[in-house]
Design a protein around this ligand. Sequence first.
Ligand code: ADP
Ligand code: MG
Length: 248
Amino acid sequence: MTGQNTDSNAAPKLSAHGIAKSFDGREVLHGISFDVLRGEFLSILGPSGCGKSTILRILIGLEHPDAGCVLLDGKDITDAAPSKRHMGIVFQDYALFENMTVLGNVEYALRFDPTRRECRTKIALEALASLGMADYANKPVAGLSGGQMQRVSIARTLALSPEVILFDEPTSGLDADARLALRSQLKKIQRDHGTTMVFITHDQEEAFALADRVMVMGEGSIHQLDEPLRIVENPADGYVRDFVVSNL
Ligand code: ADP
Ligand code: MG
């Protein structure tokens, strides 16, 4: 580093530069670039099949881009293993062990983390408390509602203290009440922990309600990335106007 004024709060937490990806000879991401700011809640909004999940998988390293790079705190992590990226991911389908208890599921994730293994019960209970699930710690997962299972799955991710949490349509299996409850818990986690959040949804209302900024995607490209109100007042093109603004 030189003597330049580097304000680390203004520098992006996570950047994608020129990310391209093809499957079976068909390009599904056309060289996209965007930044996620430190502590920001970014919603990625777009129709099914436009490439949202592929972006998340590339950010966390479950998929390798054909071109472009991913930076975390300015460091190139394109070739780093997922476990070395300080990121967690939450999927739509919870991916819990249903025959284990709530606490057991969260503790299980901590087993593989040598720095947290020793006090994993305490850490797991704190994470469950953040999601309002501490009272369920000793209950089997099998008896929980979908909303409760998703909260356990988020607690499991949170227990590992990721700097960035990626959410791939975590609310799409939930009813309206559970969705609303989860929204306020996610915003609280962002506030309390300063976690950077990237949240995929195809639900406009949800994207706009949660986000500091919204990234509107069409097939494999970004149409607009801006604050919700600015998108509504000043849509970048006809696609954004039709897809977003007319649906609000
Ligand atoms: P979204 O999450 O926005 O619904 P995806 O990122 O899952 O979109 O998929 C984008 C496109 O890439 C889709 O046409 C999908 O069929 C295709 N795709 C995604 N993953 C694979 C894969 N592993 N093999 C082949 N095609 C894939
Ligand atoms: Mg998807």
